[in-house]
Design a protein around this ligand. Structure first.
Ligand SMILES: [Zn+2]
Length: 125
């Protein structure tokens, strides 16, 4: 279940919201629970991938999205490194395509948009 941290620009209150799917997140218009303002800024939560490297192949598009949303190129780079270390493992289509596009210099924003679309589609099934 995706969750996002926000901070209200009006009163400064920080809070977290949970969504059933990325599609719900896209459709949501969150407001501050304290003052009702919709003038919010989203806080980026660090995502830690605790699984051993072979299981990177099983990352869902939503999880890939979380990593990219972190915007930390070292984190993304370490994912690539871990996958490189687990040669012989089927990396999965989502990962392969994402890795390929990033390596070709496609922008994180472009890749992120496509992953978001994929996550939405998956949530519909
Ligand atoms: Zn507020």
């Amino acid at each position: 279940m995706p969750s996002y941290d926000y901070r209200c620009k009006q009163c400064g209150r920080a809070f977290a919201l949970f969504y059933k799917s990325y599609k719900d997140y896209d459709a949501a218009s969150p407001v501050c629970p304290q003052c009702g303002s919709s003038d919010l800024t989203r806080l980026i939560r660090r995502v830690s991938i605790a699984r051993p490297s072979p299981n990177l192949a099983n990352l869902s598009s939503g999880e890939m999205l979380s990593v990219l949303e972190g915007g930390d190129s070292r984190e993304i780079g370490s994912l690539f490194q871990q996958v490189g270390d687990s040669a012989g493992v089927d990396l999965g289509q989502t990962y392969r395509e994402t890795a390929e596009r990033l390596q070709k210099g496609d922008s994180i924003q472009n890749v992120e948009n496509d992953l978001r679309a994929q996550a939405s589609n998956t949530a519909d099934e």
